[in-house]
Structures are given as structure tokens and as C-alpha cells.
Design a protein around this ligand. Sequence first.
Ligand SMILES: Cc1ncc(COP(=O)(O)O)c(C=O)c1O
Length: 403
Amino acid sequence: MTSVDMRTPEALAEAERWTAHNYHPLPVVVAEAEGAWVTDIDGRRYLDFLAGYSALNFGHRHPGLIAAAHAQLDRVTLTSRAFVHDQFADFCHGLARLCDKDLVLPMNTGAEAVETAIKVARKWGYQVKGVPAGQAEIIVAAGNFHGRTTTIVSFSTDPEARNDFGPYTPGFVTVPYGDLAALADAFTPNTVAVLMEPIQGEAGVLVPPEGYFGGVRELCDANHALFVADEIQSGLGRTGRTFAIEHEGVVPDMYVLGKALGGGIVPVSAVAADRDVLGVLKPGEHGSTFGGNPLACAVGAEVVRLLATGEFQKRSEELGDRLHAGLNALIGQGVVGVRGRGLWAGVDIDPALMTGREACERLAARGVLAKDTHGSTIRLAPPLVVTADELDHALAQLAAIVA
Ligand SMILES: Cc1ncc(COP(=O)(O)O)c(C=O)c1O
């Protein structure tokens, strides 16, 4: 019997039996999905209010993205970057235009794109800024989440993510998120970059104080350092803009992108920057066998075309207002705090009532999938194709579990 033929309890036990326990999933075994909905192996339907941590911004199996993937599967799927393929320039050109940057460097996972940004910033520091060899420093924010590689967890402030994975990569300086005075104090002549999330997702959808990133931009300029925006979770329509940093009226030197760039079909990530920054890389200094492969580029180019219409950003902004109005109405009724922008919210459940995990279990039992983070906070990030009725339905289920 394969897990396709099993019912939920056996399928869960089978998965538990054969895998490392590096996740603690909700007890739902998904078999199919479309738009904002998934169906489990017992035929139960759920509204997906996690959307693959924003990797599914366009919903499950968006028809245009699936068509692009199918067409490419029938032509060529992998070449490696040893050769050029006919999907490469189209994707990179489109993404560069979307970011209003000169150049793009495609990779696969978000963590790889963050690693790329770190390497580029360091190299830029040595070759352009003139930082002494081996002395480059990158300023990061407490509470950050940028991925799981050994270098990235070296500057995590989350003990779960970091402890027992040393020795740690040096060269990172941590400041409190949202505190401009602390950031100003942290710069040294060896600072090459400030790397931050415009909204901290894993930390609980934390929006910094107004004007913070304007100040970050000014401090980077004054100190001849790059501002690198990790838009892997916040970008590509999630907050009602193409990039969350647009809300701050700020343009970073480098965008770090991932998740939704692959349309929920393939892992696609990238960094985008101008020639004076990304141009520091020469052949042989960085790369990836799968980065920028034909299938990834065909899907990624279609993602860029979807975003270029502005339709998804508009939906996220308008429906986001509805989501936040609905959530704010629950404050004092079992909810103690709500943050976020567009179709993205961190919701603090009254800890006296239940943990975030319990809240997610109760929501799942009522047909809504969400994910907890840090104690009693849950994150809501429905696909941007969600309808007003579906939003209202999910809000009603949340109201019911905290009542
Ligand atoms: C802001 C941010 N950066 C980086 C990553 C890492 O992406 P990946 O899991 O694709 O490596 C994530 C994943 O959640 C993220 O939210």
C-alpha cells in the first residue's frame, strides 16, 4: 500500500516513521489543491491560509503557470549554466525590469539567494569600497529569518535555529529591528551592507516603525554600504505592492527574492541589483547546477508577467483591508494584537486561551490551514486569489475558535 491509498492516521504514521523530525506538521495529509483550497486524502477540503509561506501567492496550480510549466516540460528542462537556453534571457530581462535593476542572478531556494547576496556584498566591499581583506561586516536585525544554511543561522537570534550548529560564520553584527539609533551606532568603516526583511515574517509579521527604512537607506548612503532587502516572503504582491519596501518609499541596492517567484511549482530564487554591485562577480566565482534552469525560467517568466499586470497587488491591497478590518474587530474578543500589510497578518491569540499551535489545530478542524509562530501568534497569508467570501469564511472560523 502506498500513502496514496491510506487514510490520514496511517499516512501520518508512515511519514513520521521514515523522515527526520525537523518539522512538526499539522495532522493534514494533502492530496490535491486548486486556487485557495486543498483537499486531504480523506476528501476533506481546507482553505489554505498559509500558502506555502507565500510561495503560493498565485494560488495552487494557477492555470497560466501550469500551462507554462507543461509547455516547457515538453521542450527542455535542464541544461546547466554551461550553455545558454532560450528561456533564460526572457526571465532575467523581465525580472530585472520588474525590479528596475540592471542585472539578475537566478538561484533555487531562498537561502541560496541570501547566500548570494552575502557573497556579492562582501566582494563589493573588498573590490569597490576598499574594505581590508577578511574584515567585511554585514549588519542584520534581531528576530531575523533568512534561511537555514550554516552561515545564515550564524546570525539568527532564534536559539532553535542556531544552537548546536556552530562553529558560526563571523562577520555579522546584530541590531534591534526598528531602532535607527542602534543601527547608526553599529556602522564601522568595514560595514558592507545592511541585510533586513522589510517586514519580519517568521518573527510574527512585524512591521517596523514608520520611517525606519527611510532611515536605513540614509544611513547606508552616508556610510557607503549596500541596503539589501530580503523580500523572499514579503515580496511579489503579498503586501499589496510588488515589494513590501515600496510602502516605505525606499529602493534597496539589492532585492533578494524567492518563494512566489517559482509560482508554487519549482524552487526559483534570485537577487537583482545594478551593474556596479552584481557586476563584481566573474565566471567561476558563484553558481548552481539548477539555478536559472529552463523549467524554472519558463515558470518564473510567467510569474513576472502576472505581477506586471498589477492585478495581484491590487487584490492583496483591497482584500488585505478586509482581512485587517475583520481581524481588528476580534481584538478584545480572544485576540490581543494584529499586525501586517495586505493579505498578510500576524495575529496574537490571548495566551490565556490557547497556544498558537492549538489555535492552528482548531482552525484546521474547522477547515482553515494556518501556521503558528512564537507562542501564541498565528500567521495568515492566503493566496492572493482568495475571494472576499473565502476571507469572511476564514475570519468566521477564527472568531469561533477564540470566542
Ligand atoms: C524572509 C525569508 N528569507 C529567506 C527564507 C529562506 O527561504 P528557503 O526556505 O526557500 O530557503 C525565508 C523562508 O521562509 C524567508 O521567509
